[in-house]
Ligand binder design. Structure first.
Ligand SMILES: [Zn+2]
Length: 444
């Protein structure tokens, strides 16, 4: 298979270029149906049974190669939509004309996600052409709204559980590890986003004429916030906040200790050079511990000079990153109860949430994927138990109830969402090789 991939480099690149030239900007509803239709045609040409499925937004392109109904089934997820792009944003070549410079393909969608999506398809094509059949069932679900926050993904998965039924979900999006090593990611933190507001008077009052008479809403919010977090060790004091948090096992902690970590570099990347942590602490805090964070606080006058007022209103925006076991609805209830107890009258607004997700590192299927990635890249991947950030990975692990692995193919400087988005030609080719290895390994 490796030989065929090498021989067909130009042909596979040309397929990718055709898809890249077709705009598919979900935010502006440009070229979506054309792209979905083109993709379906490309999948059919490979021998994948493909169709478009309507959603309340943009259609899903679904495909399958079924060996036999009882066989192991791999579900490959990706997205065919892209972020907006204009030449004037700072592109060195037209954003929808794929251009190779210095071994990289520059185009909107090159890394995020058409290049990675096409690598999966070309892997299946290669496999079918060499071996005439796949050793497992493979299903594909390509979404057209990922860049708009996947508003219909959870509903779609809920409504098509049978169609999407599988043993493992496999996603390639995002970059390799910054060291250039391949990477396997097994989960994400969830999130709850809220706004708290406190209004004490109908308008801003004179701080002398009404001082000690009218209460200050900023003070109230600050006291409420202080009641939520221990000043010494940072533990969140909302009742029951940690109830369902699963502590890392000894094996998981040992795994964290051997992840690549450079304290000085991590500090520089955060613009916080005082950072002083060992690898285990750093990754445990990022992957296994929830946060309680103030994103913004506004009240009263913060312009030039002085203005002596008691503000009428104060508002704080907060996010909480949640780890496996925590449920955003439950945490929201607990937060509301805390606010009602400590600062009745403060209003809580729910601005958004996402469930966390985690597939255990020691799951046997995960071990197979890790072995396949290692054989494709000829070096062991960095295995991250979770990302610090949030993605809708829970639709696989909680709605479908199956393990989910993220194996990114793009270079770490892919500049996704930015001008001059790119993917290395070798990253694309290695992605094809990697998907072949994964299918082959699981097939055994
Ligand atoms: Zn993106």
């Amino acid at each position: 298979m490796e030989k065929l991939i090498d021989e067909r480099r130009e042909i596979y690149l040309e397929q990718l270029f055709t898809l890249l030239r077709q705009k598919s900007i979900s935010a502006q509803n440009i070229g979506i149906l054309e792209t979905a239709t083109m993709l379906r045609g490309m999948m059919e040409d490979i021998g994948i049974n493909a169709r478009l499925i309507e959603t309340d937004g943009h259609p899903v392109v679904y495909g399958e190669v079924i060996r036999h109904p009882g066989a192991f089934t791999l579900l490959i997820y990706g997205h065919y939509d892209v972020q907006p792009a204009e030449l004037a944003d700072g592109w060195n070549s037209p954003p929808f004309e794929p251009t190779i410079r210095d071994g990289r393909i520059y185009c909107r969608g090159a890394g995020d996600n058409k290049g990675q999506l096409m690598a999966q398809l070309m892997a299946v094509k290669t496999y079918l052409d060499v071996r005439h059949s796949l050793p497992i069932n493979v299903k594909f679900m390509f979404e057209g709204e990922e860049e708009s926050g996947s508003p219909n993904l959870a509903v779609f998965v809920e409504q098509h559980k049978e169609l999407l039924a599988c043993d493992l979900v496999y996603t390639s999006d995002g970059p390799l590890h910054e060291t250039g090593l391949p990477m396997v990611v097994l989960g994400v933190r969830g999130m709850l986003y809220v706004e708290l507001s406190c209004q004490t008077s109908k308008w801003d009052n004179h701080s002398g004429n009404k001082g000690n008479i009218v209460p200050n809403p900023a003070m109230r919010l600050i006291q409420l916030l202080a009641s939520m977090r221990d000043g010494e060790d940072g533990r969140v004091l909302i009742d029951g906040f940690y109830d369902n948090v699963q502590e890392p096992t000894e094996a998981e902690r040992a795994h964290l200790r051997q992840l690549p970590y450079d304290n000085a570099q991590a500090g520089r990347q955060a613009g916080y050079e005082e950072l002083d942590m060992d690898a285990e602490t750093y990754y445990r805090r990022l992957m296994y511990e929830p946060t309680l964070n103030i994103c913004g606080f506004s009240s009263g006058y913060s312009g030039e000079g002085s203005k002596t007022i008691i503000p009428a209103k104060a508002t704080v925006k907060m996010d909480m990153r949640l780890v496996a076991g925590q449920d955003p609805d439950d945490i929201y209830q607990k937060l509301c109860a805390h606010v009602a107890r400590h600062a009745p009258g403060v209003e809580v607004r729910h601005l958004g949430d996402m469930k966390p997700s985690r597939t255990p590192v020691h799951h046997p299927l995960v071990q197979q994927v890790i072995a396949a990635v290692e054989s494709a890249y000829r070096q062991p991947p960095v295995v991250a138990p979770a990302l610090g950030g949030s993605l809708p990975d829970y639709v696989w692990t909680q709605i479908l109830g199956v393990p989910s692995v993220l194996v990114p193919y793009a270079n770490s400087d892919e500049a996704n969402h930015s001008p001059n988005e790119n993917i290395g030609v070798e990253n694309f080719v290695n992605g094809i090789r990697c998907a072949c290895h994964v299918i082959d390994r699981i097939g055994r």
